[in-house]
Design a protein around this ligand. Structure first.
Ligand SMILES: [Zn+2]
Length: 674
């Protein structure tokens, strides 16, 4: 009973805080979203093709809007733009593939009928002559205690594998029926390339891929775009082969494909080197070009130590451009995909820009390019997060929301995997939105939209979508609308603007996302993945940022770090220009937690900034241990980058934290005039 009363009191408190926050909420204007969608999907923008005039016009338009809302440029050299270098790769018909057994006749394969391939290394010619190794699913997932490689060295070899992941009904094993990233074909290429393979052959099975060979053939027959090489390992022949070809291939080794599939279901599986080589000549036409992400920001409270952290909003602005070979309407307008996401992003940016910098965290808005080419603009954004002026701590993405009415459901797939989820549930409730669970978790939609590019570098991220239930309609109506969109409009010129569209619902989705972002910007806790999540490790790495914890504890094998929390310059110390050194005595229990972090030297304003985060550090279990930790706080003008990046390892157990002195700012974005 007592517990109940406490809960009730807490609920009243939360309610009043929200009410207070709501009086500050500027109105989202749904009609402004309409104007953006109408313009972005008009003939003048020519379908916003990546690397085409229309795509550039869209980027310029979005930047101009950001500027008019008072957003600060967050791109390169004081601009709103981050250039994204890309390369188009088209496999030419003279490409040849042959399977050459140790004994017997080679089997020559037919391009597009038997195999498709693309040279990810972005070279015009590649010669491959290497043994083929069957590696099961090609998965190494420590969180699932699964390793198909068992120490096998793939360097210079050709990997043969199945798409998807081990069959499971157990929610604690590869998330049951739901697909994890380990099952996606993109993961297969990445993982085998990391292991030094020169080529990878994915065995196509319609049931495992969830689409037929025609889809593979169509999407690999033309030019494919890649980020310009950046040191990430790549394959000379990233390929799919038909199931029947795979059957013949393993048959050359006296093996049976169905039996191999069964063997691949076991944790005990080991790679099988086949007495068959792949001899391939891959000829490609290369077309380097570049495109741009558009970035603007609204800074948080200038004296907040969380101001260098930001809620990120993303939406891709690109679509397919013009198909000049097509008669009639040959412009891929992309009104819903993703004129709508851009309209919502812009309207949230306008609303955020209209508020003064009162929240502890900043907000970053990114309209990204080349999503339709494989999430490339967002991939570049994620990979270059250290170059952003602020650190994203949460990404909310919008992609293709049909303006057909007032939604009563929201889709936030992936949000349930993070500590932010209770807030999402609460705010959805306030908006009268029921959270609709993922209808097809086995399809792995989570890994097919831009938010995933941020997840994989560790940033908790999800897309906000409408469900199927709309006000005044039953569920069947919403499902029919969705089906009509997929069948008749999706990725077709017919995804065009309609005057009779109702944008009130998109206004609601924008208001919902705005409220989520405000809550995230205000809360003092970190937003992180739940323990054991497939992205938890990436988050820890991201969180520690440029602080090389291996270097920080070098020479102390008993201090291997499990969880790190950054030491930040205290705002009051910045205002009062206090700098100096803190030395702390730290005790670690046998389970790896810090039982005590006590400063033995240091200015009182700096001591807490060291003691508090250290208390949250976690080390590997072992014996009880203790150590002396030294932290220097330096004030320096012209410090760029965020707090996460202002910590420098001087030597083991010695960190230097640098900040700019707090001062009265003259720009409006940081102004504290009320
Ligand atoms: Zn889209």
């Amino acid at each position: 009973m007592r517990k109940l009363i406490v809960f009730a009191a807490a609920a009243i408190l939360v309610g009043s805080v929200l009410l207070a926050a709501k009086t500050h909420v500027p109105k989202i204007a749904a009609e402004k979203i309409r104007q953006h969608v109408k313009y972005l999907s008009s003939d003048a923008l020519e379908g916003r093709g990546t690397g085409q005039k229309g795509g550039d016009l869209a980027a310029d338009y979005i930047a101009a809007q950001f500027k008019s809302y008072g957003l600060k440029p967050a791109g390169e050299n004081g601009t709103y733009f981050q250039s994204v270098p890309l390369v188009g790769v088209k496999t030419l018909p003279e490409t040849t593939f042959a399977l050459v057994p140790a004994n017997g006749e080679p089997l020559v394969l037919r391009n597009l009928d038997d195999f498709v391939t693309s040279n990810e290394t972005q070279t015009a010619n590649a010669e491959i002559d290497a043994p083929i190794v069957f590696v099961g699913y090609g998965i190494a997932a420590p969180e699932e205690k699964w390793d198909d490689y068992k120490g096998y060295d793939l360097k210079g070899k050709v990997a043969l594998l199945f798409v998807n992941e081990p069959i499971s009904d157990d929610p604690n094993f590869f998330k049951g029926k739901a697909l994890t990233y380990n099952g996606r074909w993109t993961y297969k290429y990445e993982e085998t390339a990391r292991r030094g393979a020169v080529a990878t052959l994915i065995i196509h099975r319609t049931d495992l891929a969830s689409y037929g060979w025609e889809v593979v053939r169509n999407s690999w027959g033309g030019e494919r775009s890649y980020l310009k090489l950046d040191g990430t390992p790549k394959l000379e022949a990233a390929s799919w082969i038909q199931e029947e070809v795979a059957r013949k291939l393993v048959g050359m080794a006296g093996l049976d494909l169905d039996k191999l599939f069964q063997q691949a279901q076991s944790r005990e599986f080991k790679p099988i080197e086949l007495p068959v080589r792949l001899k391939a000549h891959v000829v490609s036409a290369l077309r380097p070009f570049s495109s741009r992400n558009v970035l603007g920001m609204v800074e948080g409270d200038y004296n907040s130590d969380r101001r260098a952290e930001a809620v990120l909003y993303t939406a891709h602005y690109d679509h397919f451009g013009i198909d000049k070979n097509k008669p009639g309407d040959n412009i891929y307008h992309g009104a819903i995909d993703n004129g709508t996401g851009c309209g919502i992003l812009l309207e949230i940016a306008r609303a955020w820009g209209a508020t003064k910098a009162e929240l502890p965290r900043s907000a970053l808005f990114a309209a990204v390019t080349a999503e339709e080419q494989g999430l490339l603009g967002s991939e570049f954004l994620g990979k270059h997060s250290l170059e952003l002026p602020v650190d994203p701590i949460l990404d909310l993405n919008y992609d293709a929301l049909a303006p057909i009415g007032i939604p009563e459901e929201v889709e936030v797939n992936g949000a349930e995997r993070m500590t932010f989820y209770p807030t999402v549930e609460k705010i959805a409730g306030e908006f009268g939105l029921a959270i609709r669970p993922d209808a097809q978790p086995e399809a792995g939609h989570y890994y097919r939209s831009d938010h995933f590019s941020l997840s994989r570098v560790g940033i908790p991220s999800f897309s906000i979508g409408q469900g199927r239930k709309f006000k005044g309609h039953d569920l069947a109506w919403g499902e029919a609308q969705a089906k009509d969109y997929v069948d008749n409009h999706y990725h077709k010129p017919a995804d065009a603007f309609r005057e009779d569209w109702n944008f009130a619902g998109l206004g609601k989705m924008a208001s919902f996302g705005y409220a989520l972002g405000q809550a995230a910007a205000a809360q003092s806790e970190d937003i992180r993945w739940l323990p054991g999540d497939e992205f938890e490790k990436a988050w820890q790495k991201y969180q520690s940022g440029a602080v090389d914890t291996d270097a920080l504890f070098a020479g102390h094998p008993d201090l291997k770090m499990v969880h790190f929390e950054s030491i930040l310059y205290p705002p009051l110390a910045r205002q009062t220009r206090i700098s100096g050194t803190v030395i702390a005595h730290v005790s670690v229990t046998s389970d790896g937690h810090v039982s005590e972090a006590k400063a033995t030297k240091g200015h009182p304003l700096l001591v807490g900034a060291v003691e508090q985060p250290i208390k949250n550090w976690v080390f590997v279990p072992g014996v009880e241990r203790s150590f002396e930790f030294r932290c220097d706080f330096d004030l320096a003008f012209e410090v760029t980058g965020s707090a996460r990046r202002r910590s420098i390892v001087v030597e083991p157990l010695h960190l230097r934290v640098v900040a700019e002195p707090a001062m009265v700012e003259t720009n409006t974005a940081g102004s504290r005039n009320h």
